[in-house]
Design a protein around this ligand. Structure first.
Ligand SMILES: *Cc1c(COP(=O)(O)O)cnc(C)c1O
Length: 424
């Protein structure tokens, strides 16, 4: 039954572009009606028609503890009674910045903002202000939010041209963003050779999770660390997804690489809107009011959002075994799919993140990811949705596991996936 969701979607489309406040929510790629959500708890999400589903989207990453964790909710309720926002500093911001520095040691000093997009946009401004250079390198298939300079694709002569990947972005805003290929060492080397003294930073998702999950090849992140150092550029890890998810200290702890700047989002807000960027003190001191790089926000460090972030990080810190637990569940699903769908799909899994690519290719970069058959993914998605399993409505998004996923729910999910692949 999707009666109410259908009605709401029709009404939403009259007042909101495409009926949604973020494009992927429209279910366009899977040709279904988006479910309008009424509530969620633990690993379950419930729509307005009363359908209860096991949720593997987890709000695209923040929900590492599952929905409505009692400790987080209680602290938020308490905080609300003291007012929602002051536009003045609070102790909570100090506590959260300290927690971040403790858990992600490369972030000695950090700034709180209200989204991942803002965190990345600001980190890049810092890199440019610090190095006094304009150009940056990003990777095809990595997503860093929707700021102008990062909505870019390689032009026909990739080495020298980049063009906007969205209407409304002037070509002038993307001309300083150079595009390399993920896991392709030579593509990075070539861009540095062509612009030896002009590159302020390389920005990368240390584990790419926005073209589906794509792991860095052994040595790739080490190579980025070395080449940025050699050319006097900064290395920015966009850990908006991987931060507090792959390990307490994110991908940089998992792979033991120390970036110059890090961006966080999603989990750091515990389900509320927070982003953060930070790095060594000496770099972060270019930020206003200490330095000359301007960056500000009316609701930055909002007391309710910081409360949710603090409580979430505290819970993770108190119980680091959580990472083992969530990985085991993701691995179980990955193993079942590999066993039952041999040759039909390629599975990438790391920690609590996984993607099932409907391709026979090995997925290591954007080209291999987009070799997937999205119509087949849509069919798989619909099969699961109709049976109470809510996975990402796009081939190119990750499947997220949380600590709230019960063994029983993971087991029944595996069973359904097995049935699906046995039938195709
Ligand atoms: C989600 C995401 C962003 C953007 O964060 P928003 O909070 O949606 O603005 C940036 N980088 C990565 C790697 C992300 O996954």
């Amino acid at each position: 039954m999707e009666t109410k969701s259908k009605q709401l979607f029709e009404e939403a489309k009259r007042y909101i572009p495409g009926g949604v406040n973020s494009p992927v929510r429209a279910f366009g790629a899977v040709k279904r009606t988006p479910r309008f959500i009424a509530s969620a708890y633990g690993d379950r999400i419930v729509d307005v028609d009363g359908n209860e589903m096991i949720d593997y989207v987890c709000s695209w990453g923040p929900g590492i503890l599952g929905h409505a964790h009692p400790r987080v909710i209680k602290q938020i309720q308490k905080a609300c009674e003291n007012g929602l926002t002051y536009g003045a500093p609070t102790e909570k911001e100090v506590i959260l910045a300290k927690l971040i520095a403790e858990m992600v040691p490369s972030m000695e000093v950090s700034r709180l903002v209200s989204s991942g997009t803002e965190a990345v946009m600001s980190a890049i401004r810092v890199a440019r202000g610090y190095t006094k250079r304009d150009k940056i390198i990003k990777f095809k298939g990595c997503y860093h939010g929707h700021s102008d300079g990062l909505l870019v694709k390689a032009g026909s002569a990739a080495l020298t041209t980049s063009i906007p990947d969205s209407a409304g972005v002037p070509a002038d805003y993307t001309k300083n963003t150079l595009v390399a290929s993920y896991n392709d060492f030579a593509s990075v080397e070539a861009l540095f050779q062509a612009n030896p003294e002009e590159i302020a930073a390389v920005i990368v998702e240390p584990v790419a999770a926005n073209m589906g999950v794509v792991l860095p090849k052994p040595g790739f992140l080490e190579f980025l660390r070395e080449i940025t150092k050699k050319f006097g550029a900064l290395l920015i890890f966009d850990e908006v997804i991987t931060g507090f998810r792959l390990a307490l200290g994110g991908a940089q702890e998992y792979y033991q690489i120390v970036p110059d700047l890090t961006t966080l989002g999603k989990i750091v807000g515990g389900g509320m809107p927070i982003g953060a960027y930070g790095g060594r003190k000496e770099i972060m001191e270019v930020v206003s009011p200490v330095g000359a790089v301007y960056q500000a926000g009316t609701l930055s460090g909002n007391p309710i959002a910081t409360t949710a972030g603090i409580e979430t990080l505290q819970i993770l810190k108190e119980d680091p075994k959580i990472y083992q637990r969530i990985e085991e569940k993701a691995k179980k699903i990955a193993d079942i799919v590999r066993e039952t769908a041999k040759g039909k799909v390629y599975v990438n899994q790391i920690g609590s993140l996984l993607s099932i690519f409907f391709t026979s290719k090995i997925v290591i970069d954007y080209e291999s990811a987009v070799s997937s058959d999205t119509a087949k993914y849509a069919e798989y998605f619909g099969y699961l949705l109709d049976r109470g399993i809510y996975v990402a409505p796009s081939q190119f998004e990750a499947m997220f596991l949380s600590d709230a996923h019960t063994h029983q729910d993971v087991e029944s999910t595996c069973q359904l996936i097995k049935e699906y692949f046995a039938g195709i």
